[in-house]
Design a protein around this ligand. Structure first.
Ligand code: PLP
Length: 423
């Protein structure tokens, strides 16, 4: 009997003892291809010698200094690096320990921005039904995944959800991408008007939807329209790139491919590649200025924010990503992966859709291709796929749909950026 409370109490898990490149090894010596990077985390694979060297060096320098007393060179350097490569207009960085923390900080930052600006009546967050933004209460309230939310509803702040941009299920057969983008984005405008334009704080969305739906990118122009609607009503645009960001889709930030800059972007997972728990919020100058000219204080903070070891991991991973030109490999291998998936699974009777960008790919499984009817097996299907794959020495990330037309059953693939054709 284990004293550790695992996610799934009855699952018997192999013990991971070692990692190397794209592989993890368990205590029996069995190798697993990490084709999902855990949950789209391990972007450089495992035991990258240059990341390990950077972490050892940082540990020898300084492991911890509370951010209420000190700043550190490594945290400043990481912030500089992230701003250098950020979408236009994002010029400040708030460092946290992971994705949920990044989303919580982003929500509070957005609310405080309007308080600083003298618009304290703004109180509504709008998000999409097809989304996962984290498991802490604010992030959970923002996400739309009912399976994750259901039992905690009495504890969640009210969030307003609209339909996602989900071409496979929600675009009508005779509808152009342009018309669908306009219709899907139009839902945001309708919701803002319903709530009262001067009452809304922000719209939150994953640029490419990850865990809930399996790498669902928006159709062309959708995010540009969303950006325009937010601007029209003075609503902030928060893009959650915790999973799809930091190179995963072939550009450092996924939204670069949609030609938009958000007011706030959240990043985590691939930022530190799993070598340390690290996340960040990138924010625009106008938000920073409102704080600087107002209270001069962001009313938030965690003991481990800006942790030097976490910052060192982020800095090392981002340095290697650039130095080794890995974004090019993400694009090339992403195309190769897509070709393989389409060739081998495209005609399978239970494969409804194959989609994604870069090394972020989703395969949606259906009972019936013609009707797109899902399996209705939810978590059971998910557990079976995971078990079968693990038996064969492969890690993939399956998720059961919540069968409300917003999420199907799918398998997510997010291999490390160092992957090659032979892998
Ligand atoms: N946001 C998105 C888009 C995610 O995919 C996740 C995790 O999967 C989170 C937030 C939460 O991140 P974390 O698990 O690091 O708290």
């Amino acid at each position: 009997m284990t004293h550790l409370l695992h996610r799934s109490i009855h699952a018997s898990l192999p013990v991971a003892v070692r990692g190397e490149g794209i592989h993890l090894f368990d205590a029996t010596g069995k190798a697993y291809i990490d084709a999902s990077g855990g949950a789209a985390v391990s972007c450089l694979g495992h035991a990258h010698p240059d990341v390990l060297a950077a972490l050892h060096a940082q540990l020898d320098r300084i492991a911890y200094a509370h951010t209420g007393f000190f700043t550190t060179e490594v945290a400043e350097e990481l912030a500089d690096r992230l701003v250098d490569d950020a979408p236009e207009g994002l010029d400040h960085v708030y460092l946290v320990s992971g994705g949920s923390e990044a989303v919580e900080a982003a929500l509070k930052m957005a609310r405080q921005y309007f308080v600083e600006k003298g618009e304290p009546q703004r109180r509504h967050i709008i998000a999409r039904r097809q989304s996962y933004h984290g498991n802490t209460l604010g992030a959970l309230a923002t996400g739309g995944n009912e399976w994750r939310r259901a039992q905690f509803k009495p504890l969640l702040i009210e969030t307003h959800h609209i339909d996602p941009c989900y071409a496979y299920r929600l675009q009508m057969p005779d509808e152009s991408d342009e018309a669908y983008a306009a219709r899907a984005a139009g839902e945001l405008e309708a919701k803002i008007l319903k709530l009262g334009a001067d009452q809304v704080i922000a719209f939150v969305a994953e640029t490419v939807v990850g865990a809930t739906a399996g790498a669902v990118p928006p159709v062309a122009d959708y995010l540009k329209r969303i950006r325009a609607i937010c601007d029209k009503y003075g609503v902030l645009l928060i893009l959650d790139e915790v999973m799809c960001g930091m190179g995963r889709t072939g550009t450092l930030h996924a939204c670069e491919q949609d030609g938009v800059s958000p007011d706030i972007v959240t990043i985590a997972k691939g930022l530190g590649g799993g070598y340390q728990p690290v996340g960040a919020v990138l924010l625009s100058k106008r938000i920073f200025d409102a704080f600087a000219l107002g209270s001069g204080f962001f009313q938030h903070g965690h003991t481990y924010m800006g942790h030097p070891m976490a910052a060192a991991a982020g800095l090392a991973v981002q340095t290697i990503l650039k130095r080794d030109g890995l974004l090019g490999n993400v694009r090339a291998m992403g195309n190769h992966l897509e070709t393989c998936l389409v060739e081998r699974l495209g005609n399978h009777r239970h494969v409804g859709d194959i989609r994604g960008r870069g090394l972020f790919r989703g395969v949606e499984l259906v009972k019936d291709r013609a009707t797109k009817k899902p399996f209705d097996a939810g978590l059971k299907l998910n557990a079976r796929i995971k078990k079968e794959a693990m038996t064969r020495g492969l890690m993939v990330y399956p998720m059961g749909g919540t069968i409300d037309g917003q999420n199907g059953d799918h398998v997510l693939l997010a291999p490390p950026f160092i992957v090659g054709k032979s892998d």
